[in-house]
Design a protein around this ligand. Structure first.
Ligand SMILES: C[S@@+](CC[C@H](N)C(=O)[O-])C[C@H]1O[C@@H](n2cnc3c(N)ncnc32)[C@H](O)[C@@H]1O
Length: 387
């Protein structure tokens, strides 16, 4: 660095530079968000020649201790000295983490505590990785620990894990990746869950399930999606890549009777839990289906949608976007975790005659270069000449 930028700050975390988790800690937090907004605007302009009509206020996050879900790596190659932490940038090495600055306070000390637990175990190599999450009730939070196992644990190792969970008032589950998680300990009777108080929803999850990584931001994120649905009276809504029903349940709760919401997701277990979540929260007008949405020939039970929400993985949703464009779905709400994929998909929409009506940045992962954005596309009637 010859001449430091005015936005350069001292990274607070001692692991900065080796840990692959945070790569922007040297960048002042509000400047990070402005930079990410510029990246998305520039990508949409360059890839799709689209400019949003309205850039809405960003959904902001506290800069530290926001993260409510994480996957920890375990390196048990050296006997008696297992390391639990995050992977180094582009390497298989694991950085031991004493105290993480971005994990929620209830989770921040767990990487090092779990390192101690794994060091005492007879067969630490049985552990593939460890999922951490946060379960919320109206007035308390509980850590959720899920061990992803390559083979079963001995009775002694199970007893060690259960004792660890009791001491820390944590959910502790074993997950073989095939069946639902089995719990060694639960600090309360209910399954772990996060809450969306604005919609009176409690969304139960299994430790390995996809849940948004920043529970505080997620509450505002869901609220923004629901605001953008804006059905005149009632209609048909598709929630593609719906996970546990994060958006679908809130949309169905918010809309008047007569609106039907269809959530579609590839993971069978999450679809089962989404259906259960609808039942437990007494939300009507919503259905969930298991389908692979990257399959261009995919059959859906309804032919026409007034609004489609989509929240695809980093690869984007090319097949689905082409189908929406061909079927002339009037409004698309696209939650993107990868600006380049959003740019590619937006170009298909622009060529089919969609305008970019609104855009908002979602500060899901401060201190990291991950960019999350929400875009609303509306169908205008003329198709653009393809270039
Ligand atoms: C970014 S997450 C969004 C989940 C949900 N919208 C939420 O807010 O919690 C993407 C979801 O897409 C699902 N998924 C990935 N590939 C898929 C595919 N080919 N077809 C359908 N769903 C898929 C994942 O299992 C995951 O639940």
């Amino acid at each position: 660095v010859l001449s430091p930028s005015a936005d350069r700050v001292a990274p607070p975390c001692p692991h900065y530079g080796t840990c692959g988790g945070c790569d922007l800690q040297h960048f002042e937090a509000s400047a990070q968000l402005a930079h990410k907004r510029a990246v998305v605007l520039e990508t949409l302009a360059r890839a799709a020649r689209l400019e949003p009509r309205i850039v809405e206020p960003s959904i902001e996050s506290p800069p530290f201790h926001y993260r409510t879900r994480a996957r920890l790596a375990v390196d048990a190659r050296e006997r008696g000295k297992p390391v639990v932490g995050f992977r180094e940038g582009a390497s298989a090495d694991v950085v031991p983490i004493a105290h993480c600055h971005v994990l929620h306070h209830a989770l921040a000390g767990l990487p090092s505590a779990l390192s101690g637990l794994v060091a005492e175990m007879e067969a630490p190599r049985a552990i593939g990785h460890i999922d951490l999450a946060l379960s919320e009730t109206a007035d308390a939070t509980f850590p959720v620990v899920g061990l992803r196992l390559a083979r079963d644990l001995s009775e002694r190792d199970r007893a060690r894990c259960a004792a660890f969970a009791v001491e820390r008032r944590a959910y502790f589950a074993l997950d073989d990746g095939l069946t639902s998680a089995s719990y060694l300990h639960r600090p309360c009777d209910d399954a772990p869950a996060y809450r969306l108080p604005g919609f009176d929803l409690r969304i139960a999850f299994d430790p390995g399930d996809f849940v948004q990584g920043n529970a505080g931001v997620n509450r505002a994120f869901v609220g923004r999606v629901v605001d953008w649905v804006q059905l005149a009276e009632h209609g048909e809504v598709l929630d593609a890549f719906c996970g546990l029903g994060n958006f679908s349940l809130a949309i169905a709760r918010n809309e008047s009777g007569g609106t039907r919401v269809l959530g579609v997701e590839v993971d069978r277990g999450m679809v089962e839990r989404a259906r259960e979540n609808a039942k437990e929260n007494r939300v009507g007008g919503v259905e969930f289906l298991v389908r692979d949405l990257q399959d261009a020939e995919i059959a859906l039970p309804r032919k026409r949608f007034d609004v489609a929400v989509l929240d695809p993985p980093r690869t984007g949703a090319r097949a689905l976007i082409e189908r929406f464009a061909a079927e002339r779905v009037p409004v698309l709400i696209y939650a993107s975790c990868m600006a380049s994929a959003l740019g590619r998909d937006a170009r298909v929409l622009a060529d089919a005659g969609y305008a970019l009506d609104r855009l908002a940045l979602v500060d899901m992962f401060p201190q990291t270069s991950h960019v999350e954005a929400l875009a609303r596309f509306v169908l205008e009637h003329k198709k653009r000449k393809t270039r």
